[in-house]
Design a protein around this ligand. Structure first.
Ligand SMILES: Cc1ncc(COP(=O)(O)O)c(C=O)c1O
Length: 394
């Protein structure tokens, strides 16, 4: 297809031209001074992005799944208990990863479509009189359902229960899209991957870790070698890594961090919130239902749309691809066939969103869903006009 390709899965997001150009340069010696300067710059930039001055940043070749494993094996020991908050496919996978390392995961099950209620976490921690629970595992934006859990409230709940559990948060699809305050919310690990709000190709796992997490790391007994934090921290202090790093991705990361600073992080998050709200208004005007239940938990990153009864969402995804070359996210795990997901994260603007919504509307109509062509677009256009030059709430 000629023209700008659309990739509206909720990550990987579109890699901006600037980032592609920054990555299109010859490799440098990953043990030389130029590399040390690059590393220092990206670590500082990431600290600002995670909003931490206290935390340390750790980078590994990998993905979000790798970041889960890296977090678990560095902070926990086999046999230890954690509270695993499960409200979708990815939080379930995070917990399964912990189980595979011999961790005793006590699941806090939440209906898919809702965020994790801080009260429920507080109640479970209060019940843990012997304070055997070592950590709370949670996903900020559950990408399978389009729901964002309030991490500030989760921190308050842990404090209210006077419980020492570590707070281990997956921010894979929320960092750079949604407000995140590592220090203020006293997160112990916030883990993410390159291909979402950071607008990079896949291939990097990124973690911010607190002093308390580093303390836990010293006694954590899960087997680890490649993922070990200590070796990376020691080598990073000298400006390099204990292995060959993904230098090209670091070139890209340096550029994407510059782009986020130029726009202003608050503006980046407002842009995501505003485009997400426009997308939801379009979906509702098409008489379709959002999968996320509670407005205060709607995600800035993606919109999950419940497929009307009698229609299979996988078949719809295939249809949209065939009709207008529009890849959308599929329903994952037990949501297979039940919903489709529109990614609106990373490098995206109003006109691109309207293009996506036009494609979704055409695809739905020709798939047999009853709607008036243009109704969704008009709703999104109206919302965008009404909020033009306005600061939409974070
Ligand atoms: C919230 C969340 N966590 C973890 C992952 C897994 O990341 P990856 O596919 O990079 O391994 C994803 C992937 O989309 C995700 O959305």
């Amino acid at each position: 297809m000629p023209g700008r390709p659309f990739l509206q899965i909720p990550g990987p997001s579109i890699v901006p031209e600037r980032v592609i150009r920054a990555m299109s340069q010859p490799l440098i010696d990953h043990r030389g001074p130029q590399f040390a300067a690059l590393l220092g710059e990206v670590l500082d930039g990431l600290k600002a992005l995670f909003k931490t001055t206290q935390g340390r940043i750790l980078l590994f070749p990998g993905s979000g799944t790798g970041a889960w494993e890296c977090c678990i094996v560095n902070t926990l020991s086999p046999g230890e208990q954690v509270l695993g908050c499960v409200n979708g496919y990815f939080s379930d996978q995070f917990c399964r990863m912990a189980i595979s390392h011999g961790i005793d995961v006590q699941r806090l099950e939440v209906e898919y479509g809702a965020g994790v209620a801080a009260d429920a976490i507080e109640e479970r921690l209060r019940r843990d009189k012997e304070q055997r629970i070592r950590a709370v595992l949670i996903v900020q934006t559950e990408t399978s359902t389009g729901v964002t859990t309030n991490l500030a409230a989760v921190r308050k709940a842990i404090d209210a229960a006077r419980h020492p559990a570590l707070l281990l948060a997956d921010v894979v699809s929320s960092l750079g899209c949604t407000d995140l305050r590592f220090d203020e919310w006293k997160l112990d690990v916030a883990l993410t991957a390159a291909q979402k709000g950071l607008m990079l190709p896949p291939g990097m796992a990124l973690l911010a870790v607190s002093e308390k997490a580093l303390e836990a790391n010293r006694s954590a007994k899960c087997a680890r070698s490649f993922w070990d934090w200590q070796a990376v921290l020691e080598n990073n202090a000298e400006g390099h890594f204990p292995y060959t790093p993904a230098t090209t991705l670091l070139f890209g990361l340096s550029e994407s961090l510059k782009m986020l600073v130029e726009e202003g992080l608050d503006n980046v998050i407002r842009r995501h919130a505003r485009l997400a709200a426009a997308c939801r208004s379009a979906i509702e005007a098409m008489n379709l239902k959002l999968f996320a239940r509670n407005p205060e938990e709607y995600s800035n990153t993606l919109t999950a749309v419940a497929m009307p009864a009698g229609f299979d969402s996988d078949a719809f995804n295939d249809h949209a691809l065939k009709l207008v070359d529009l890849p959308l996210g599929k329903g994952l795990g037990k949501l297979k066939g039940k919903l489709f997901r529109i990614g609106h994260l990373g490098s995206i603007n109003e006109l691109e969103l309207l293009g996506i919504l036009g494609g979704v509307e055409m695809a739905l109509k020709s798939f047999g869903i009853k709607l008036r062509l243009g109704a969704g677009l008009a709703a999104a256009e109206t919302y965008l006009l009404e909020t033009n030059n306005q600061r939409s709430p974070l």
